[in-house]
Design a protein around this ligand. Structure first.
Ligand SMILES: Nc1ncnc2c1ncn2[C@@H]1O[C@H](COP(=O)(O)OP(=O)(O)O)[C@@H](O)[C@H]1O
Ligand SMILES: O=C(O)C1=C[C@@H](OP(=O)(O)O)[C@@H](O)[C@H](O)C1
Ligand SMILES: [Mg+2]
Length: 168
């Protein structure tokens, strides 16, 4: 069997990218941020892709990129919109457990101040609250593990995540 990967999902600002790289180092795994894969393939930033087309195109590209991957033995930080593509998520799930970094709306607001320019793949009429409500259900649906991150610093999030992984 190939060495397992750990897939991080959650809202923008949940900590997937920052925690993922630290976790990879701790577990002696490789690290990949799928946002970087998208940008390198498209030769554009995520915001440029959104500006040149729309959020549905970004979601389509994201799913294509996820389906193209072969990533055993990685910590994989996904983009917050990865859960809109079921085929992409099912593919990621073949690598190992999916971990939802759950952060409340209030805490996300404290962390994110560039909501308009962060390249969030949302319908133009959707507020951050709307996006949060719509996605929470999806994140929980795909998660094998949920880490409740409010009140935890990054080291504590990793500790909780590792304890839950060990108990799987
Ligand atoms: N446990 C935490 N407590 C406080 N701030 C955090 C925590 N985890 C991440 N952050 C901060 O939140 C911001 C967004 O993190 P990032 O890793 O880019 O999120 P994501 O990849 O999920 O969008 C960063 O400034 C990061 O330092
Ligand atoms: O939530 C989203 O719609 C998105 C989140 C971003 O990644 P982060 O979750 O790492 O910020 C990136 O994939 C893209 O801009 C769309
Ligand atoms: Mg990220």
């Amino acid at each position: 069997m190939k060495p397992q990967s750990i897939i991080l999902i959650g809202m923008p600002g949940a900590g997937k990218s920052t925690i993922g790289v630290v976790l990879a180092k701790e577990l002696a795994k490789d690290f990949i941020d799928t946002d970087v894969l998208i940008q390198v393939r498209e030769k554009q930033t995520l915001q440029e892709i959104m500006d040149a087309s729309d959020y549905l195109n970004l979601r389509r590209i994201e799913e294509e990129v996820l389906l193209e991957t072969d990533l055993p033995n990685h910590v994989i930080a996904t983009g917050g919109s990865a859960v809109y593509g079921d085929a992409g998520m099912q593919h990621l799930k073949t690598y190992g457990p999916v971990v939802f970094l759950s952060v409340s709306l209030n805490e996300l607001r404290r962390r994110i101040h560039n909501y308009e320019s962060r390249g969030i793949a949302r319908r133009p009429d959707q507020s951050f609250d709307d996006v949060f409500a719509e996605r929470n259900r999806l994140y929980r649906e795909y998660a094998d593990i949920v880490v409740e991150c409010d009140g935890l610093n990054q080291a504590e999030v990793i500790e909780s995540l590792r304890a839950q992984l060990a108990a799987l």
